[in-house]
Design a protein around this ligand. Structure first.
Ligand code: 0X9
Ligand code: ZN
Length: 424
């Protein structure tokens, strides 16, 4: 009895999570989890590998396109994965040999950087919010805070509007709807700072002649969870009744062709679970409601994601149809991609229709915005192409943000030329 009470506090309790493993109350670990890049040469191979990837939780889809799949495989599933590869006669390259090493390096770099808010490391939600408060106070004459709603766990989802004068066209930027895509909120906060503090003529012109609506972290619960528990978390944190799996893919939860054409999953354990019904996730409902109040003043919407360096335009739910202004959407995206590529970093962006370039995905933010009358609406998938994937080292925050800014300048110039920035 005495021995037992002595031992119990020292016993650790292993809990299996969606992919990694966690020692109770500690962070999920991804030791020896490998990310493979699988290249398909026919549809059958794709089908076989995707079937495997979706079969159980030793697999986690990181990126998908018609010709390629990036898949994280837990160590215990590697031999099964290799057998399936052989059976499919497909080849795979190891992209990331050990995900935990990337996470550890990121953690080390984050703790080495200065303790004040900045872009040399990734900031957590509390830091972002404290910084937002400072900014709102410092620039009170041209900024105002707004509230998008309340998350499942009761957090306030906040935004900031920047407006230097009446009658500007509106640009709406949503970021970190996917929790693990940290580069998106880091970039959004950097942009806010540039718009408010830069003395560069081009940036002043950009800042002062548009109204800016930023939601730096939409999926607040998921974001906090990535900092505190599981770096690779993607979805919201609302439990699903009758399932042990938690959360929905907020970017499949908008009421726009919801669950159509296989553009999302009805399995709560999948990365692209659409939720029980459109707007079942309070974060998504909140964004849609807020957007409803400003959409008549918003000309352009950008939904920030990572990774793969693409600009995706509607539609996500069908590859058989494109929007009426698809050619314009291509022109505008080309302007962004060309401007980014012309920088010394030389980063290459592809662009095109979501369903054609990427995969069927229904219920996403930019498709919803488009349906609501915001005719220029993209998903921006930022750096990189899989070398570091979601765990992009902090040293890349500023380069990524700089090229996003240059891309946006070119995008808006093209929108103006094509007549999309007129008052609605
Ligand atoms: O799958 C997604 O939600 C996005 N890619 S990510 O790797 N960041 O998860 C792309 C969504 C694009 N889909 C639509 N606009 N429909
Ligand atoms: Zn994403």
């Amino acid at each position: 009895m005495q021995l037992l009470s002595w031992i119990i506090p020292f016993l650790t309790f292993i809990v299996l999570t969606q992919t990694g493993s966690v020692i109770k109350d500690e962070k999920v670990r991804y030791d020896n989890h490998v990310v493979y890049k699988i290249k398909f040469s026919n549809v059958l191979q794709r089908q076989l590998l995707l079937q495997l990837a979706k079969r159980h939780q030793s697999y986690n889809v990181w990126n998908e396109s018609p010709s390629e799949l990036h898949l994280m495989v837990s160590p215990k599933a590697i031999s099964e994965f290799e057998k399936t590869l052989n059976r499919a006669n497909a080849t795979a390259e190891i992209f990331i040999p050990n995900v935990q090493v990337l996470i550890d390096n990121e953690h080390m770099e984050n703790s080495r950087a200065t303790s004040t808010f900045g872009w040399k490391r990734y900031n957590n939600l509390a830091e972002i919010e404290a910084w937002l408060d400072e900014i709102l106070e410092k620039y009170s004459d041209v900024t105002e805070g707004f509230v998008v709603g309340t998350s499942y766990e009761g957090r306030t989802i906040r935004g900031i509007k920047i407006s230097y004068k009446e009658g500007n066209p509106g640009v709406f930027i949503e970021s970190n709807i996917h929790a693990r895509e940290w580069i998106t909120s880091a970039t959004a906060t950097w942009l806010i700072n540039e718009l408010l503090s830069s003395e560069d003529e081009l940036i002043r012109e950009l800042a002062e002649n548009h109204d800016w609506y930023f939601v730096p972290v939409l999926n607040v619960d998921g974001f906090v969870y990535t900092h505190e528990k599981d770096r690779m978390w993607r979805k919201t944190r609302q439990p699903v009744s009758h399932s042990t799996c938690i959360g929905a893919d907020a970017n499949r939860n908008f009421d726009v062709h919801w669950m159509e054409n296989g553009g999302a999953s009805d399995d709560p354990c999948q990365f692209d679970y659409a939720g029980t019904h459109p707007f079942s996730e309070p974060e998504v409902k909140g964004l849609a409601e807020y957007l409803g109040t400003v959409k008549d003043k918003v000309n352009v919407l950008l939904a920030f994601h990572s990774y793969s360096q693409v600009l995706l335009s509607p539609y996500g739910h069908t590859d058989e149809e494109v929007p009426d202004n698809f050619n314009d959407l291509l022109h505008v995206a080309k302007a962004y991609a060309d401007a980014v590529e012309a920088l010394p970093y030389g980063t290459n962006y592809l662009y095109g229709s979501t369903a054609k370039l990427l995969y069927m995905s229904s219920g996403a933010t930019n498709d919803y915005a488009y349906q609501q009358g915001i005719e220029i609406a993209y998903t921006v998938e930022m750096r990189d192409r899989g070398t570091f994937a979601f765990v992009l080292p902090p040293a890349f925050i500023i380069p990524n943000a700089e090229e996003t800014l240059i891309g946006i300048i070119a995008l808006l110039a093209e929108c103006k030329k094509l007549g999309y920035l007129a008052l609605k």
